[in-house]
Design a protein around this ligand. Structure first.
Ligand code: CP
Ligand code: NVA
Length: 310
């Protein structure tokens, strides 16, 4: 049984397979219109979502199947009346594939232990692999390559998207540079950095972490940022976090240190005036909506691969 838990666990060949399939799915959607006929995806959400929920559900519809949106807030599993194990063993009897957006990554791992169908990580506190597969597809579309490109991530380094970008980027031979405030609650996890150093060694890429935003972004081909207030962060931390991250805001001045043809990415949702200015996200270098669109294509490819349909 193959799952998508983290890109850390996928080989460059597995990532390549999904990217190639995602390209085919995007260019030839009709080829896959019955690929999931009468199949059901269970979509478990503990946190909010726009893109993930819509793209998974629309993707299943477009492939002839169905997606069940299941928010845990009013379920036996989410209210402590039923264990994860019982819930997932039961769900596996009804559906063909499960995706879950959860607070704790360990809960996702527990799901994979008990599921008899594939499980897809749709964001945990650890990682967001579906996002990064869509991002890699978008980068390759715009730049014609992944290996050898410099991807600079600015802002919250202790972050699921940052960690997944580091895994995905270094596996695919990219030079990943992270500019984030010093301190372990703001910068990438030490174990992730160490693992990515190893992946980079194998792929010819590199990984670099600094608290200097200009050094991080210098000559980048791709500039990426994510929310300073991820879904799990309490509102009372907002003011302090804005002050901490403001030097890493992607604005025109900072973008000027990247390559002139650099693209700007944000997995969204975005706050103009925080992690980037309106000028940047709404400007000519921004590809954020092409990036968002690829969630649909990349996830269709993940579903097809894990279900053994393509
Ligand atoms: N990028 C992303 O996962 O967006 P949602 O939180 O809207 O799903
Ligand atoms: N880091 C963000 C990503 C949102 C798509 C979060 O966890 O909320």
């Amino acid at each position: 049984m193959e799952h998508l838990i983290s890109l850390k666990l996928w080989s460059p060949e597995q990532i390549r397979e999904v990217l190639d399939l995602a390209k085919d799915v995007k260019e030839n959607p009709a080829k896959f219109q019955d690929a999931m006929a009468r199949k059901t995806l269970l979509m478990i959400f503990e946190k909010p979502s726009l893109r993930t929920r819509l793209s998974f559900e629309a993707g299943m519809t477009q492939m002839g199947g169905h997606g069940i949106y299941y928010h845990t807030g009013n379920s036996p599993m989410g209210t402590g009346k039923e264990t994860i194990s019982d819930s997932i063993k039961t769900a596996s009897r009804f559906v063909d594939v499960i995706m879950a957006r959860l607070f704790k990554h360990e809960d996702l791992l527990e799901m994979t232990e008990h599921a008899t169908v594939p499980v897809i990580n749709a964001l945990t506190d650890d990682s967001h692999p579906c996002q990064i597969l869509a991002d890699l597809q978008a980068i390759e579309e715009k730049k014609g390559q992944l290996a050898g490109l410099k991807l600079a991530y600015l802002g919250d380094g202790f972050n699921n998207v940052t960690h997944s970008l580091m895994f995905g980027g270094t596996k695919m031979g990219m030079h990943v540079s992270v500019g984030s405030p010093a301190g372990e609650e703001y910068s990438p996890r030490a174990d992730v950095v160490a693992e990515c150093e190893q992946f980079a060694k194998e792929s010819g890429g590199s990984v670099f972490v600094t608290d200097d935003p200009v050094e991080a972004i210098k000559d980048a081909d791709v500039v990426y940022t994510d929310s300073w207030m991820s879904y799990h962060i309490p509102k009372d931390q907002e003011e302090a976090r804005i002050a901490k991250f403001m030097p890493y805001q992607v604005n025109s001045e900072l973008m000027a240190h990247a390559k002139p043809d650099a693209i700007f990415m944000n997995c969204l949702p975005a706050i103009r005036g925080c992690e980037q200015t309106a000028e940047v996200i709404d400007g000519p270098q921004s590809i954020v909506f092409d990036e968002a669109e690829n969630r649909l294509h990349a996830q269709k490819a993940v579903i097809l691969k894990l279900c053994g349909v393509a």
